[in-house]
Write a protein that binds this ligand. Structure first.
Ligand code: NAI
Ligand code: CS2
Length: 497
């Protein structure tokens, strides 16, 4: 369908806030299409002008900051209902954009803003790797170069935990109450993890400061959900054709969910009026989303990429991959969940299939495949360990096939030999393991399973699972993706019969 046939509903930003009450670290696509949309709707409804946002990039993407500044910090969010209907929202809640990367000019401005008493909340989407935690144990990586830098230079930090510690140090010294820290990254217990990163880093500098943060600062956890793919040239061109020439625009689906632990000592916007679920414990929501949605995304990413498929909608259109998702959901993920009251796995997963099939999003598998070492522990491995602990390990073949596909993907080529980039903090380690053990699948699997920042010991020591993994890796290489999936699902059904 050509863009002229799309029905566009426009939602201009009729108000902008007067005050900055929130600082956001990680000015990526997701922040622009999720938190900012809730805040814009809240402002329009309530007229409360206290919750403008200062949004900062502390690593990449200075260009985006400049583009936003050139457009009075306004941008558009294009929500594709389907290929014929588009809601186009203008967002005006961002009142300041900063580039505070190591080479950037705005670090002092950012720290000053974070120390401002009007700022009551600091939110984050710096990706899983931005916390510098060991993905399996949750411990701070004190020897990672950026964290070592922040330990040595606490007043000029490079990392998100370092900036939080430096700003909290200033607030404590000035007698300003601490802001609430709200992590919006896809990690389990993301508030507790963020607290641990910040307190552990502060403890390297000053025990009294660490104790104060531990006692005084709230770190509520949150579950965030909205599919917001990275913008490609074609997405940009489609918007230009609709008259929206906005380099900071983002596209996303209409679905949006946000579940937040209600612990904001200095107050917060009345988010529930915009559909945010404010709860006492976010864990069941988070586990369900990570294992069902993100777990399925990662299966599609690695198996789809090995088969030469490029996008989520193309992958989920493939009946064999859909069959694998259904098998994984029903047999391997759902049995591990303690569901939030009133939820229904069958309805949730059917809706996921519809969301994944949205062909207006062009969600690239390569984007989801990024940072597997940071993602797999919470998406697949924690659930697998739950199954093993419940002594129910016979049916982990979809997970084992996923792990085998990930290992094969990290070699940097698909099954036809086409190269792809492997974007992961452990990419060099993976390349070395493939060089050393590329001709010996059993040794390769043992070497990957020995990566204890990724794999829990319970999985490494489970012989049935390691056998399933070896079978899957050999079948993938020998027979291809479709045969490996068919064999996995079939073998599992045989075992159950
Ligand atoms: P993006 O690529 O548009 O932005 C990533 C942001 O993280 C950028 O601001 C970048 O500068 C920053 N960043 C990356 N590595 C960093 C590091 N080591 N230290 C500090 N900052 C770092 O990605 P997007 O779409 O905004 O996603 C970001 C995160 O949001 C995801 O990793 C995920 O945890 C969460 N999320 C994303 C969803 C999506 O569909 N895009 C949906 C739900 C959650
Ligand atoms: C995706 C997620 O990039 C990924 O790894 O699985 O970002 C996914 O799009 C979101 O979590 C949806 O809420």
């Amino acid at each position: 369908m050509s863009s002229s046939e799309i029905h566009v509903e426009r939602h201009p930003a009729t108000r902008v806030p007067r005050q900055i009450g929130i600082v956001h670290l990680g000015l990526g696509a997701f922040h622009r299409a999720h938190q900012a949309v809730y805040l814009q709707r809240y402002l329009a409804r309530s007229g409360d002008e206290a919750w403008g946002v200062c949004s900062a990039n502390i690593r990449a993407n200075r260009t985006l900051v400049e583009q936003l500044r050139a457009n009075d910090l306004r941008y558009h969010v294009a929500e594709y209902r389907d290929s014929e209907h588009l809601d186009l929202r203008e967002i005006g809640v961002m009142r300041e954009a900063l580039y505070a990367g190591p080479d950037g000019p705005d670090r002092e401005a950012l720290l000053a803003r974070m120390s401002d008493p009007a700022v009551r909340i600091v939110t984050l989407t710096v990706t899983e790797k931005g916390y510098f935690l060991n993905p399996a144990s949750g411990e701070l990586l004190t020897r990672a170069e950026p964290i070592a830098h922040d330990i040595a230079n606490p007043t000029t930090p490079h990392t998100a935990p370092g900036l939080l510690v430096a700003a909290l140090t200033r607030r404590r010294a000035a007698g300003t109450p601490p802001f609430t820290v709200l992590c919006c990254d896809n990690m389990p217990a993301n508030g507790q993890r963020t607290r641990h990163a910040v307190v552990a880093l502060a403890r390297q500098q000053d025990t009294a400061l660490a104790d104060w943060i531990e006692a005084q600062v709230a770190f509520p956890s949150s579950m965030v959900d909205r599919i917001v793919p990275a913008m490609g040239a074609a997405d940009r061109a489609r918007l230009v054709a609709l008259g929206v020439d906005d380099p900071a625009a983002v596209v996303c689906e209409t679905f949006s969910q946000w579940v937040v632990e209600d612990d904001f000592p200095l107050g917060r916007p009345d988010w529930e009026a915009e559909g945010v679920e404010m709860v006492a414990d976010v864990t069941p929501f988070e586990t369900m989303k990570l294992r069902l949605l993100n777990g399925a995304h990662s299966l599609l990413a690695y198996l789809g990429a090995l088969a030469g498929i490029e996008t989520v909608d193309a992958a989920v259109a493939n009946p064999v991959l859909r069959g694998l998702l259904r098998h994984y959901w029903q047999r391997e993920a759902a049995p591990t969940l303690e569901l939030p009251a009133g939820s229904d796995v069958a309805a949730y997963t059917e809706r996921l299939l519809v969301r994944f099939a949205n062909d207006s999003l062009h969600h690239r598998l390569q984007q989801i495949a990024m940072d597997g070492s940071q993602k797999l522990p919470q998406r697949w491995l924690a659930g697998a360990v739950d199954r093993l602990t419940a002594n129910d390990a016979t049916d982990l073949r979809a997970t084992a096939l996923g792990i085998a596909a990930w290992i094969r993907y990290t070699a940097g080529t698909d099954l036809q030999g086409q190269p792809h980039a492997v974007d992961d903090p452990l990419a060099e380690t993976f390349a070395a393991l493939h060089r050393r053990h590329g001709d010996d699948p059993a040794a390769l699997i043992d070497a990957f399973l020995a990566l204890d920042e990724v794999f829990p010991a319970a999985l490494r020591d489970a012989r049935p699972v390691t056998r399933q993994l070896l079978d899957a890796l050999m079948r993938l290489e020998r027979d291809g993706v479709a045969s490996a999936i068919a064999a996995s699902i079939h073998d599992a059904s045989d075992q159950e019969a």
